[in-house]
Design a protein around this ligand. Sequence first.
Ligand SMILES: [Zn+2]
Length: 113
Amino acid sequence: MENANIKAAYENLVSVLAHESGGDLVNLHSMRRSVMHKLINAERGTVSKRNALRRRLSREQDNKCHVCGCDFKPKGKYAVLDRRIAHLGYVHGNVDLKCNECDRKKQEDKKFS
Ligand SMILES: [Zn+2]
């Protein structure tokens, strides 16, 4: 989708929310937050699904980072889900579990490439 289409879709959404809220600022606030969470879930999947995937990968990777092989903290607390191809989402087969340090290095490498 081109930027003009995104801008038009956004402006339409803002208009719909303003109308549907009936001018009630509390209602508008609630509706914006609800839409925001729904969009985040559409992009990233729900927290419970990502946590289930994290637990599965932690077992499959023997609780070790996919990149450097270090041990994760107990319960995978510091394990980061990393999509190989972003638009394919957080699904098994498209995600690796890595440590914070390896994830941070990847993010830094992206900035300089
Ligand atoms: Zn690592």
